[in-house]
Design a protein around this ligand. Structure first.
Ligand code: ADP
Ligand code: MG
Length: 254
């Protein structure tokens, strides 16, 4: 049976101490869908991505990724099941951060090959061949032997994306993948994101790049103060007269 919903979230609550930062999020993402998450700083976008792959443990609610589901309730914890399902969900998802997080002491090739050896149990030779294919897909084959310090920000981010793709995730989570880059380097990362979307990958992308969002998103989700205020096709997001959304749009489109 094919799982139509790559990600299914219901009633997701996240508290940090007494501060509730996600107030019961409901979100369904279909297989192959590209969802762009937007919203003001502090609205909970990163926290939502981090709870989807369980880098943060939800306080309450249900999360299902590719059929692996967990219900969170601080009263009843099923530890062993939670650990197993968490591992399964992490294996299905990959997260790409604003800040690349490459290993500085490894070449671009070794950064991409590392997980293939340690997680996927490939031989070093198989892993390097696969890593080389992925670097080639990122138009970075010629940088395979370089260390991160010698790469531009856009090149580093493309190595990080290749490293994520190497794990063959079903769902990719991007948290402001171009925000740390100079404007002239952003387009090379956006080009790679377009290509991944065209390959049929399920993607959730947090970004402030509105033109890109409009072009690539099947759906735009607008978050404000820990809740989803809008979820729908990009045209709807760019046309709605909702005062919070038009305020956000005019602030960011300046
Ligand atoms: P966004 O990504 O939309 O800017 P975040 O998800 O990073 O928003 O943050 C949402 C809210 O949660 C903010 O008020 C932030 O200060 C708070 N927050 C995020 N992470 C933590 C944490 N580890 N501990 C305490 N508060 C946090
Ligand atoms: Mg954030």
């Amino acid at each position: 049976m094919t799982e139509q919903r790559a990600v299914s979230i219901s009633g997701l609550v996240k508290r940090f101490g007494s501060a509730e930062v996600l107030h019961g999020i409901d979100l369904e993402v279909s297989t192959g869908e590209v969802v762009v998450l937007v919203g003001p700083s502090g609205s909970g976008k990163s926290t939502l991505l981090r709870t989807i792959n369980l880098l943060e443990r939800p306080t309450a609610g249900r999360i299902s990724v590719c059929g692996h589901a967990l219900t969170f309730d601080s009263a009843a914890r099923q530890e062993r099941e939670e650990i197993a399902v968490t591992r399964a969900i992490r294996a299905k998802t990959a997260m790409v951060f604003q800040s690349f997080n490459l290993f500085p002491h490894m070449t671009a090739l070794a950064n991409v090959a590392e997980g293939l050896v340690s997680v996927k149990r490939m031989t070093r030779r198989e892993a390097e061949a696969e890593a080389m294919n992925l670097l080639d897909r990122m138009a970075l084959a010629h940088k395979a032997a370089e260390y991160p310090a010698t790469l531009s920000g856009g090149q580093k981010q493309r190595v990080a994306i290749a490293r994520s793709l190497a794990m063959r995730p079903q769902v990719m989570l991007f948290d402001e993948p171009t925000s740390a880059l100079d404007p002239e380097l952003r387009s090379e990362v956006l080009t790679v994101l377009r290509e991944i979307a065209a390959s049929g990958m399920t993607m959730l992308i947090v970004t402030h790049e509105m033109a890109f969002a409009r072009e690539i998103a099947d759906r735009v989700v607008f978050m404000d103060e820990g809740s989803i205020r809008f979820a729908g096709p990009p045209e709807g997001f760019f046309q709605t007269a909702d005062p919070r959304i038009s305020k956000f749009r005019s602030a960011i489109l300046l």
